[in-house]
Write a new protein. Structure first.
Length: 115
C-alpha cells in the first residue's frame, strides 16, 4: 500500500513539474510556427483575391476574349497562360492585368490559337 501511494505521489510530482516547465517557456518560442503558418495562409489568401480581381479585369476588357486564359498569382506576380485569337489581345491582356492594384509584375505566356 505504501509503495502504491509513493508511486502515485511520484507520478503526480513528475506530471506537475512537466506542466510548470511548459509554462516557463518563453512566449515567442511556441508562437513562431503559428506566425509563419498564418503569414503563409495570409499570402495565399491575398493571391486568391488578386487572382479573382485579375480574372474580373480580363473578362471586362473590351476586345479581349479571356475564356481560354488561365491566371495564376504568387506573391503579387501574375502569370497569364492560354490562347487568344489575335496578337493584339496578348498585349491587351498584359495591360489589363497590370492595371489591377496589387499586381507587381505580369508574365505573359499567351499564344495565338490556331482555330
Amino acid at each position: 500500500m505504501k509503495s502504491t501511494v509513493s508511486n502515485l505521489i511520484a507520478v503526480g510530482v513528475l506530471a506537475l513539474s512537466g506542466i510548470l516547465e511548459a509554462r516557463a517557456q518563453p512566449a515567442d518560442s511556441g508562437s513562431a510556427p503559428q506566425a509563419v503558418a498564418a503569414s503563409g495562409a495570409t499570402a495565399k489568401d491575398a493571391d486568391r483575391v488578386l487572382r479573382k480581381q485579375v480574372v474580373r479585369a480580363l473578362s471586362r476588357t473590351k476586345g479581349l476574349q479571356s475564356r481560354a486564359i488561365t491566371v495564376r498569382v504568387k506573391g503579387g506576380v501574375v502569370a497569364l497562360q492560354g490562347t487568344v485569337p489575335e496578337e493584339a489581345q496578348v498585349d491587351l491582356a498584359t495591360r489589363a492585368a497590370q492595371g489591377v492594384p496589387g499586381v507587381t509584375a505580369v508574365t505573359n505566356s499567351l499564344t495565338l490559337s490556331t482555330f
